[in-house]
Design a protein around this ligand. Structure first.
Ligand code: SF4
Ligand code: SF4
Length: 164
């Protein structure tokens, strides 16, 4: 109970209750432009009406790419991107299942240093296809340093989250 009150306060500090549903966030969001299931206005509305629990299991909350455009544009100064951070924190804290594809993406970066493995490929696939394209575009060979990705992921504890 104390925890959820604290969480409510935290969301209030991020101005979640000030949203008046103008839709500017969704209208300016680059993800919403290409993915109709993602609607930040609707997510903020659900949180306002039914609380944070009503969205924690929604895969859509993970679609945000944290570009902060909505926060820049919101006339009510709702800290939309930071609200998404809060949602992720809660998902992790409560041990709620995270979408498989995102876990796969981090696992791929953790073990190979690149994200292409998340789609079933190997770093070699990255080298083959992407290298050709890069060469065509006059770009240099990418340098893959698995140990750097590993160190960063381990220092944040993200690797432990991957275990569930
Ligand atoms: S831009 Fe701000 S006020 Fe408008 S719908 Fe989005 S969060 Fe609400
Ligand atoms: S921060 Fe997230 S919700 Fe806001 S505009 Fe960018 S992708 Fe959309």
């Amino acid at each position: 109970m104390i925890l959820s009150l604290k969480l409510e306060d935290e969301l209030k500090k991020l101005n979640s209750t000030l949203c008046y549903q103008c839709g500017t966030c969704t209208g300016t969001c680059p993800v919403a432009r290409v993915e109709e299931r993602f609607n930040p206005r609707r997510i903020i509305d659900k949180i306002k009406l039914y609380g944070i629990d009503s969205v924690l299991n929604n895969e859509e909350i993970w679609y945000c790419v944290e570009c902060f455009i909505c926060m820049e544009k919101c006339p009510q100064n709702v800290k939309i991107t930071e609200i998404f951070f809060k949602l992720y924190e809660e998902v992790i804290k409560r041990g709620i299942k995270k979408p498989r594809k995102y876990v796969g993406l981090v696992k791929a970066i953790y073990s190979t240093g690149v994200s292409t493995g998340a789609y079933g490929g190997k770093p070699e696939a990255f080298s083959g296809l992407i290298l050709k394209k890069r060469e065509k575009m006059g770009l240099p060979k990418p340098v893959v340093k698995e140990e750097v990705a590993k160190t960063i992921i381990e220092s944040t504890g993200l690797n432990k989250i991957l275990e569930d």
